[in-house]
Design a protein around this ligand. Structure first.
Ligand code: NAG
Ligand code: NAG
Ligand code: NAG
Ligand code: NAG
Length: 217
């Protein structure tokens, strides 16, 4: 009986604490489609009265009815899903070239995102002739006959007719068996520490999730 009372007390105080947050920061979506990602803290939507509901580094935007995220090093990617439990952001490249994303996406600090998968170094080669058939060229980065782009292990001896584009830590080498334009484009996130947010000029109430929640009137 006593524990039931405390349960009620707990539930009421829980709701008393969360109600104002929900009222101020209801989750939003870019479309009415049930499959559209739910946008809530730390994510927020640009161009809506939702700015104070997220962290500056987690800005999303809607393009038509699609949820998008912008990376200065690459451009816009489609947000397919957001899992707040596993902290996984599943992306899709609108240009349908996952390896172009891997090649260009710069997730160095201060980025709050990292690949969801374990990364390994691979070298992108741009060759003026085809490599032996055991190497599979990345079709979306290659031309039909002038140059051929490959992802190879950094230990591979570079033929004279190939130029090293970049060696970079990525989740997967190219495989013709995985042509899905979302394969490997999973990111995870980490909320920056408060010192970082201040330095980055973020609002001072973005100190931490707790500080943020306390800030809500
Ligand atoms: C967005 O969704 C609305 C409602 O479902 C629909 O009427 C509209 O045509 C869609 N717009 C685009 C650009 O797909
Ligand atoms: C990636 O971003 C970091 C931090 O903004 C920057 O210092 C670095 O030069 C960038 N790397 C490349 C390859 O552009
Ligand atoms: C990739 O190579 C760089 C430079 O050699 C190295 O510093 C880095 O630790 C390597 N990353 C991985 C994931 O092996
Ligand atoms: C590969 O090299 C060719 C010739 O130098 C160049 O035109 C092409 O843009 C390069 N491809 C990529 C993906 O960088």
């Amino acid at each position: 009986m006593v524990s039931f009372f405390f349960f009620i007390l707990f539930v009421t105080s829980f709701y008393a604490n969360t109600k104002p947050i929900e009222a101020n920061c209801p989750p939003v979506q870019c479309s009415h489609d049930a499959a559209a990602p739910e946008i809530r803290y730390p994510f927020w939507l640009k161009d809506r009265l939702h700015q104070n509901c997220g962290h500056p580094a987690f800005e999303l935007f809607c393009k038509e009815n699609t949820t998008m995220i912008h990376f200065p090093s690459y451009g816009d990617l489609v947000v397919k899903s957001i899992n707040y439990h596993t902290k996984k952001l599943q992306l899709v490249d609108p240009k349908n070239c996952v390896h172009e994303v891997f090649l260009n996406l710069n997730l160095s600090l201060p980025s709050v995102f990292r690949y969801y998968y374990v990364v390994k170094n691979y070298t992108y080669l741009n060759c003026s002739a085809r490599l032996p058939p055991s190497f599979k060229q990345v079709p979306c980065l290659s031309s039909s006959s002038a140059y051929f782009v490959y992802t190879v292990k950094p230990s591979v001896e570079v033929p004279l007719y190939c130029r090293v584009m970049k060696t970079i830590a990525i989740p997967f080498a190219y495989s013709p068996y995985v042509a899905d334009n979302s394969f490997g484009l999973g990111l995870t996130w980490e909320l920056p520490r408060c010192e970082n947010c201040k330095e980055k000029g973020g609002p001072k109430n973005f100190l931490s999730k707790t500080a943020f929640l306390n800030y809500i009137p």
